[in-house]
Design a protein around this ligand. Structure first.
Ligand code: ASP
Length: 329
């Protein structure tokens, strides 16, 4: 029996109202893994257009693209950049945006996520933007929502963070041109990073040579083979050859036990110091928030090869492009 036939025969979990929707009926953004390269390139191109309107001086001319649409941002984990840029993107496209944090909702009274989402859906919501500490929550919700209610993954556990990878790629492409054949290193806490996973999928689809760099305790053993990327435990080996370096935050909140001897030793072996910057021509990206003095030095954050603020600006443009794509189905 084929895998898909076996899947069809498996009992589906019942939803609150008894309906389960298949992924083929719907348009969501749940993973980069499932996104074809042409769609990715289309989204990057549209983000270039939106970026032009965001950097123009004077008041922003709101569009009417999402007029009459309501989007609920459900953030079960803290966020500054992603949450704010989704809200701004929704409003700048003329939609109504509501942000709900679980602490202020009935979730604290024992209501399940699915029930909460069905309650909100009853208020005529057109899309949910979901961030959660557990991998798979956005996909689970999408399965239980009717096809006209879209779901966008704003980061789920250590699984994926699709819009972060799109905004990183848009900035990489703006700086380096066609990404095919370029060499990009992703440095740091790979084990806990959804940003690393979405970036690996995306950069591989665009023909980039990706090298992961980090201590063995922060690099899952099979990750190189699974994603078809190179692995190194020595940052010095990638400095000279890299066109770009994506530094990742050490995610101490997801580490139940110490995974490296000390912060000082981590900085010493893997930190992007000003001395290391002198040994590479690479541009530097970081998804933020940054542990300054751990994964990168203070001077690097404000260096002209640092792309961090450009990434933030691009975040709004990419999320506008994603919303346009989601609602153009
Ligand atoms: N902001 C990114 C995320 O939500 C990166 C990080 O938190 O380190 O995954």
């Amino acid at each position: 029996m084929t895998v898909s036939a076996r899947k069809r025969l498996q009992p589906q979990p019942p939803s609150a109202n008894g309906r389960v929707f298949s992924s083929s009926d719907r348009r969501d953004l749940l993973t980069i893994e499932a996104l074809p390269a042409e769609t990715i390139i289309g989204l990057l191109d549209r983000s270039d257009e939106y970026l032009k309107s965001l950097i123009a001086t004077g008041p922003f001319q709101k569009s009417k693209l999402l007029e009459g649409r309501t989007i609920v941002n459900l953030f079960f984990e803290n966020s500054t950049r992603t949450r704010t840029s989704f809200e701004l993107a929704e409003r700048r496209l003329g939609g109504d945006a509501v942000t709900i944090s679980p602490a202020a909702s009935s979730l604290t009274k024992g209501e399940s996520i699915l029930d909460t989402v069905h309650v909100l859906e009853a208020m005529k919501v057109d899309a949910f933007v979901v961030r959660h500490s557990a991998s798979g929550v956005p996909a689970f919700l999408a399965k239980h929502l009717p096809p006209h209610v879209h779901v966008i993954n704003a980061g789920d556990g250590a699984h994926e963070h699709p819009t972060q990878a799109l905004l990183d790629a848009a900035e990489l492409r703006a700086a380096l041109g066609n990404l095919r054949g370029k060499r990009i290193a992703i440095v740091g806490d790979i084990t806990h990073s959804r940003v690393a996973r979405s970036n690996m999928w995306l950069l591989k689809k665009l023909g980039v040579h990706v090298t992961l760099v980090g201590p063995e305790t922060l690099l899952p053993p099979s990750v190189g083979e699974v994603f078809g990327v190179a692995v190194s435990h020595n940052i010095e080996s990638v400095l000279a050859e890299s066109d770009a370096i994506i530094a990742l935050r050490i995610q101490l909140e997801r580490q139940s036990r110490g995974l490296f001897p000390s912060i000082e030793e981590y900085r010493e072996r893997y930190g992007l110091t000003i001395q290391r910057l002198a040994r590479t021509r690479a541009i530097i990206l970081h998804p933020g928030p940054v542990n300054v003095g751990i994964e990168l030095d203070h001077e690097i954050a404000s260096h002209d090869r640092s792309f961090m603020l450009r990434q933030v600006k691009r975040g709004v443009a990419v999320r506008m492009a994603v919303l346009e794509w989601i609602f153009s189905n």
